[in-house]
Design a protein around this ligand. Structure first.
Ligand SMILES: Nc1ncnc2c1ncn2[C@@H]1O[C@H](COP(=O)(O)OP(=O)(O)OP(=O)(O)O)[C@@H](O)[C@H]1O
Ligand SMILES: O=P(O)(O)OC[C@H]1O[C@H](OP(=O)(O)OP(=O)(O)O)[C@H](O)[C@@H]1O
Length: 218
């Protein structure tokens, strides 16, 4: 009889990782080694269930999953939309809730209303392009930034930004506001299409257990 292969998980580093591991713990899947903040180890194994976990930069998670280097990934919907990889999105995990929004000074509202050719700064150029060109049919100039995107309008690099809003405090502290909502976001589970077939039973059981756990919590 062939030995069961490891099911590999790629988890986005940062805000979502802790919640993801908590959720796995609630359904009995533990990986204590991963909690050690000082470790330089990259891959963690749960021998009992034949699982492997690794943390990766969020935008790389859909890449690992598309190529099958990971069977399953957990990442924000923003990253899924931006990276547009060939993966199945199987579950909304319900945490990491926030919104993708067009933000700027109140005065930029007029520029949006009149479909002016504005400058849009964003860490998410593909989401910004999809929204302005395909949804709003508005020609804009998109400027890619890698963080602290709110600086864009403050230093006049851009008229508006497309960025994540959670509590709204970053906007408020910088005299900016939400002008339009692009879409709601939360953490999602994604699966490699081949793994979905080859490991159908294990993945179905896992997704079922998580879904039940999420129901209990809500
Ligand atoms: N306030 C928030 N700001 C950013 N992301 C948020 C927020 N709230 C929830 N999220 C979700 O958490 C995910 C991870 O965000 P986080 O900033 O921790 O990691 P990241 O995208 O890898 O960023 P970086 O590498 O720049 O730190 C986001 O992709 C998003 O789906
Ligand atoms: O509505 P809020 O609760 O204020 O959260 C939104 C802020 O958090 C994120 O930035 P992050 O902290 O990830 O840093 P970054 O700007 O370097 O990406 C996001 O890009 C906003 O700036």
């Amino acid at each position: 009889m062939s030995e069961e292969r490891y099911l590999t998980f790629a988890l986005g580093k940062g805000r979502l990782a802790k919640k993801t591991l908590e959720l796995f713990e609630q359904i009995g899947i533990t990986c204590d080694e991963m909690k050690d903040k000082d470790t330089r180890k990259l891959i963690f194994v749960n021998e009992e269930y034949k699982l492997r976990f690794f943390l990766a930069k969020s935008p790389d998670v859909p890449t690992y999953v598309e190529y099958g280097a990971a069977d399953i990934g957990v990442v924000g919907k923003d990253t899924i939309l931006e990276e547009n990889r060939n993966v199945y999105e199987v579950l909304d995990l319900g945490f990491g809730k926030c919104r993708m929004c067009v933000c700027g000074p109140a005065s930029a509202g007029e520029l949006l209303k009149h479909h002016e050719r504005i400058r849009v700064a964003s860490k998410y150029p593909n989401i910004a392009r999809e929204y302005f060109y395909n949804k709003k049919h508005q020609t804009v100039d998109i400027i890619k930034l890698n963080g602290s995107v709110e600086l864009g309008p403050l230093v006049e690099l851009s008229d508006v930004i497309v960025d994540i809003v959670e509590t709204g405090s970053t906007l408020k502290e910088n005299g900016l506001e939400v002008l339009e909502e692009v879409c709601p976001l939360s953490a999602r589970m994604i699966v490699n299409p081949v793994s979905m077939q080859m490991e159908a039973d294990r993945i179905r059981k896992l997704v079922g257990a998580i879904r039940e756990q999420l129901k209990i919590q809500s």
